[in-house]
Design a protein around this ligand. Sequence first.
Ligand SMILES: [Zn+2]
Length: 208
Amino acid sequence: MKKKAAARAGGKKAARPRAPGSIARSVRAVLAAVGEDPRRDGLLKTPDRVERAFRFLTRGYQENIDALLTSAMFDVDYDEMVVVKDIEVASLCEHHLLPFFGRAHVAYIPKGKVIGLSKIPRLVDAFARRLQVQERMTVQIAHALQDSLHPGGVGVVIEAMHLCMIMRGVEKQHSVAVTSCMLGAFREQSQTREEFLGLIRKKHDGLQ
Ligand SMILES: [Zn+2]
């Protein structure tokens, strides 16, 4: 998928969730399929809990990204890099429905407009609370900022550990996947990119 198309996949269109109870019914079938007894005490309420958890973990589909960003946009005469780093991020991998989690670092260079700093973690959440692949989420966050603020450039780096790798023993237990999306000045000027990467490396060593 091309980057632009990827950025929009699942981006602005609100998904229509199915009727309440449909996830719980499916979870009951999964419990039976793995050889469990869905009627035993410990599992009785599990389907409903899983349904509530999944509704919460996928509510990013209902977020209006445009409204989120434009609600706190200000005209400001500031053209230095804005960096919000170490944003905790947790999402569900769309291939295994298992969590991946870590940190996101987001930067942009304003061109007349800035966005309220608290909106950046919310933007990250809006894309993280969906079924995701880390690469696409990285691109979506960058393009959402680019498309709404039209800044001089955007840089997004995400470092995450994937339970589908750890629990299935696919990779070394503590390997971290790093993805990045650099737009505008962050792509074209190595000095800008290095400044960003230097800032997110400071006082920050892996996921400890
Ligand atoms: Zn996976």
